[in-house]
Ligand binder design. Structure first.
Ligand code: MRU
Length: 352
């Protein structure tokens, strides 16, 4: 089954509602930047590259909508520019950690600036074409990354992953799960261990579902079982995705990733991060400067409407953590694998 996380249909963006997977599989439809921003904020779509592509469509949708609404207005141009800016602002405020969101908005802004002298209708068509290109490009990049990562896994490897860095977190194929898909495509028999990934359960709900759809052997564990599995020699490698990599190689990813990286080092297990170049942010020197999203305490209290935590207890819910570069065996990128990432080899990678 080909998973189309985002698709263009009837002049609307459609996105799989990831909040209800795997119990139900449904698309929701979006027609403006504000509605797409709400889809990102509420986790209909999540995962760094998927958020970026969604935001690009959000910009294009607003351009299309505004070019239609303002067609008759005298001061069409001023209104168009002003309302487009509002769309950018709303999208940028939807989630703070994944840099792909800001990367995508910047790219769309550049395209807009390049055609600013044209009519709103022409601008809208150009922005839509760019969003389509970003979707197709994301899948191409994931496949290149997948091939580079697959070469690192031996036949029969048992690979642990955290969160969901799959087709659902991208435009398709996935980053970490893309490595697994590419390994299987190359004829390797690998099996996956999926951390359930409290509190939002991206591992149990999404990674497990994707792997089951693909017939890739997968075993689900709770997050606190990873140490047990490693200590018993049941993990050969770890591959995770990332939301932002700092200039020095520090990696922000789903909360709990740091814990897995520390355990992997303790047990001499390679810890790889599948990372498209769009996720590397040279403007932040180290992981300390990466903004970490704090989400609603309700997610920790229980799941959906069922709460098991004691009423009145103080709760924290940081959604991401930072794994220091020294714990990362290698960054798997579309341009190749960077072993022992640091400020020098990352700079070289980005300028090559
Ligand atoms: O809160 P989420 O579900 O958006 O977090 C997603 C992750 O942490 C992924 O591992 C990361 O975005 C990489 S996705 C290819």
């Amino acid at each position: 089954m080909k998973i189309e996380t985002l698709r263009w249909f009837n002049n609307r963006l459609e996105m799989i509602d990831q909040r209800i997977l795997p119990a139900a599989f449904e698309y929701l439809s979006y027609d403006s930047a504000a509605s797409v921003a709400e889809g990102i904020r509420s986790m209909v779509v999540r995962g760094a590259p998927a958020i970026g592509v969604a935001a690009a469509y959000g910009v294009a949708l607003d351009a299309l909508r505004l070019s239609f609404v303002l067609r008759q207005a005298q001061d069409e141009r001023i209104e168009f520019d002003k309302d487009m800016e509002t769309g950018f602002t709303v999208l940028a405020a939807s989630r703070p950690t994944a840099v792909n969101l800001f990367w995508a908005l910047q790219r769309m802004r550049k395209v807009w600036e390049g055609v600013a002298a044209q009519t709103p209708q022409q601008i809208a068509q150009r922005l839509l074409a760019e969003a389509h290109e970003m979707l197709a490009e994301d899948i191409r990049i994931n496949k290149a990354m997948g091939a580079n990562g697959a070469a690192l896994l031996k036949d029969g490897a048992r690979v642990l992953t955290h969160c969901n860095a799959g087709a659902l977190a991208t435009a398709g194929w996935g980053t970490a799960l893309g490595v697994f898909r590419s390994a299987v495509e190359a004829g390797k028999k690998i099996s996956v261990i999926a951390d359930e990934t409290r509190p939002f359960l991206q591992g149990a709900r999404l990674t497990a579902w994707e792997m089951v759809q693909e017939n890739i052997p997968v075993t689900l564990i709770t997050d606190n079982m990873a140490g047990y599995m490693m200590a018993h020699g049941e993990v050969d490698a770890v591959v995770v995705g990332t939301d932002r990599v700092a200039a020095n190689g520090d990696v922000a990813n789903k909360i709990g990733t740091y814990m897995v990286a520390v355990l992997a080092r303790r047990h001499n297990i390679p810890f790889y991060v599948a990372c498209p170049l769009s996720t590397i942010d040279l403007s932040v020197a180290s992981g300390k400067d990466i903004p970490i999203e704090e989400r609603s305490v309700d997610e920790v209290k229980g799941f959906r409407d069922f709460h098991w935590a004691a009423e009145g207890v103080k709760i924290r819910n940081p959604a991401f953590d930072v794994t220091p570069a020294e714990l990362v065996t290698g960054l798997i990128t579309e341009k190749g694998v960077v072993l022992g990432p640091d400020v020098h080899n990352i700079k070289k990678l980005m300028s090559s």
